[in-house]
Design a protein. Structure first.
Ligand SMILES: O[C@H]1[C@H](O)[C@@H](O)[C@H](O)[C@@H](O)[C@H]1O
Ligand SMILES: [Fe+2]
Length: 380
């Protein structure tokens, strides 16, 4: 400490009694007093350090015990294989703080309380539609005006009556590299980046492998854009039921006013062509990548129903995030809602500007794809 600093003490304007105490001390005693204080401080510091060290050791012990418990209860070799694959592949840039390598797959995959994706999400605002670019507003204007009941029947007939292309899932993902989703206010990256970011975030939180695959392929249906779509309006964007009144919870609700169904006497009632609690599987959601990919995945993957629901309803924000259309839900849909809600943060909050390294991640995901797609060549 400088001599200047010391000599200022007795002349301080903020005299609270201490300055008079120091006034009578000579410089040597003052230095001695300071020295004592510093020593005391150092002692406290090293005590604190020791405490931190103890805490760390304790945590390591707990982790080791937990790991041992998990290993002991592992029933088949499958998980060994998963862990091995994870060890051999480097993890994405989203996963900067902790490595996923040795952690076991979480069993309660619907529980997001420990999800690191939720901690990361507080740094940024998402889905700010009022502040969105014009491309987003123009997209929703067109989507809301054109998604009619008649169009939706036609789209389903088109889908069922032909195969558009045949290729591997990886090639399909690469093809998506050329698509920028006009409806999305939260990312300017291409779709393969979004697919990998979502899957990597899920993998990072040690969710089951089928869940990771859902992350990878949930938007693969956007390939529709390269086949027989009429634009982006029948491929991307949030979804909503057609054939009944459009909920006010749908973003840019006003744009529906120009949809021919808006004033239709049947389609504009609360239930429209549906009945109370009829179940979402009986409700026609606006046609796009979710519905298309759901049908494709149902036929050509071994994903569980929970995973299929995530794909089918992930863009149905008015339902899974705003609580609309509850009166159409069946018992089963309440369970599915929890699954879709468990998936949603990974889809939404993994949208960052940091790209994944496609080539590095490729081997891990090729293996994952093979695990759930029995046929290498998929019919799109
Ligand atoms: O699931 C998402 C979500 O609904 C976004 O809001 C939309 O912009 C994307 O197209 C879609 O993939
Ligand atoms: Fe999507």
């Amino acid at each position: 400490m400088s001599t200047n600093g010391i000599s200022k003490i007795p002349h301080s304007n903020k005299d609270n009694g201490t300055s008079s105490k120091f006034q009578n001390m000579d410089r040597a005693s003052l230095l001695e007093k300071i020295d004592e204080d510093i020593q005391e401080l150092n002692l406290l510091k090293s005590k604190l350090k020791q405490l931190e060290q103890n805490k760390k050791e304790l945590q390591d012990n707990i982790d080791n015990i937990e790991k041992k418990d998990d290993n002991d209860t592992e029933k088949d070799n499958d998980n060994d294989k998963n862990t091995e694959t994870q060890k051999n592949t480097s993890v994405s840039k989203i996963n900067t703080s902790v490595s996923t390598s040795a952690s076991p797959i979480v069993e309660d995959w619907k529980d997001n309380t420990q999800a690191s994706i939720l901690r990361a999400s507080t740094q940024r605002q998402y889905r700010q539609y009022e502040l969105a670019f014009d491309r987003v507003k123009l997209f929703y204007k067109e989507q809301h005006e054109k998604q009619t009941v008649a169009y939706n029947y036609q789209a389903r007939i088109n889908f069922k009556t032909k195969v558009r292309d045949r290729m591997t899932v990886w090639d399909a993902l690469i093809k998506l590299n050329n698509l920028l989703d006009e409806s999305d206010p939260d990312t300017e990256l291409s779709q393969i980046d979004h697919a990998l970011q979502t899957a990597e975030a899920i993998r990072h939180d040690n969710k089951p492998r089928w869940f990771q695959l859902v992350g990878l392929i949930h938007d693969l249906g956007k390939l529709l854009y390269f086949f027989d779509s009429q634009g982006q309006w029948d491929v991307v964007g949030d979804t909503f039921p057609v054939g009944c009144r459009y909920s006010k919870k749908i973003i840019y609700h006003d744009y529906f006013k120009k949809n021919p169904d808006y004033k239709n006497p049947l389609y504009s009632t609360k239930y429209g062509i549906y009945s109370p609690k009829c179940g979402l599987e009986n409700v026609m959601l606006s046609w796009g990548h979710d519905e298309y990919m759901y049908h494709l995945a149902k036929e050509q993957t071994t994903l569980p129903p929970e995973g299929l629901a995530m794909i089918r309803y992930h863009s149905f924000y008015p339902w899974h995030s705003e609580g609309a259309y509850k009166y159409l839900m069946s018992e089963k849909d309440h369970e599915m809602l929890k699954c879709v809600q468990a998936f949603n943060p990974y889809d939404l909050y993994s949208k960052t500007d940091t790209k994944c390294d496609i080539e590095t991640l490729k081997p891990y995901y090729l293996e994952l794809i093979d695990e759930f797609f029995p046929n290498k060549i998929v019919e799109f």
